[in-house]
Design a protein around this ligand. Sequence first.
Ligand SMILES: [Zn+2]
Length: 145
Amino acid sequence: MSLSTDAPRPAFPFITIDAAGQPSLIAQKCTACGATYADSERVACGRCGGRADVLESFIPASEGVLHSAVIVRRGFPGVEVPFISAVVDLDGGPTVKGTLRHTAGFEPEHAAPGQRVRVCFDDALGRKDKDGNSYIAHYFEPVSA
Ligand SMILES: [Zn+2]
């Protein structure tokens, strides 16, 4: 029996895919202190200690600001380099780590802090689970001015 489906699976627990197959990020916000997390199943707030009953899920903004980035030139076997590992402060939170792509190049000025970026989704580099299901992952792309 195969468990394969036509629908890709989220590569990370903070990605959700709706019934129409549309992916989005999912996050949690603490209603007691306002902290946000790129997570869908926290048991407590890391800032104020509030328990799960004060955490609510929300769909974060699809754009944000590049907080920091690292240009990765040596990768794990099978991982194509260079690529840009980025930390992005989404508008309204949370902060999310991911790959920045479709930049003009791989020099520091192509991944400058403060740059506007948007979240996009794509196949997770052709990776499959043991049943042959593909994964969908999040990426960041520059927002054209
Ligand atoms: Zn809190």
